[in-house]
Design a binder for this molecule. Sequence first.
Ligand code: AMP
Length: 214
Amino acid sequence: MPNIILLGAPGAGKGTQSKNLIAQYGIPQISTGDILRANVRNKTELGVKAKDFMDKGALVPNELVVEMVAGRLEDEDCNKGFILDGFPRNIAQADELKVTLDKLGKDIDATIGIEVDKKELVRRLSGRRVCRGCGEAFHVIFNPPVNIDVCDSCGGELYQRDDDKEETIEKRLEVYDEETHPLIEYYKDKGLYRAVAGIGSVDSITEAIVKALG
Ligand code: AMP
């Protein structure tokens, strides 16, 4: 089973595609954003340190995130493969990931880049609503829940992430361009990069990803 990195700007659909890939391959998703948000919610030491960076749309310092991912990759369930969603976010994190995987005797099989243009990203992020209970994402126009503010899957409350507010979206997209986008070249150089167009139905994009993974 594959060890995959899902790369793409905020709003490209990494989380949504991860859910389908979990079903397809039976491997866990490691979403650094989800793990950090859970830490903020539970007011852990890590959460307290990370919160201000996240609220501003900035990256959380590398050392905090790298350690968190390294610990998670050691878990038994990652032996059958894993989907990294939202990590690495810059070159330094990618280098650290390589060191961690070397120690574990593992490798990345492919980095899938989900490509979506900026106008569409802003449209998706500004209308996104997320369930406090199960984390499922909806969109007020493109994928509305049956009952406003209620999750179709678990009945939990839907909310707008603070960093999905308009001023923070701009900042996150800037951070992506400056820090994360260079990872495309980084993984191309290693022969690991596969681009997938992130426009179309969720299932058709999953199909394209599965095809790209060969
Ligand atoms: P996401 O849910 O992936 O959009 O992440 C939400 C926020 O969590 C980001 O804007 C960052 O503040 C933080 N974050 C998530 N992943 C990372 C990472 N790999 N490195 C640094 N910060 C991260």
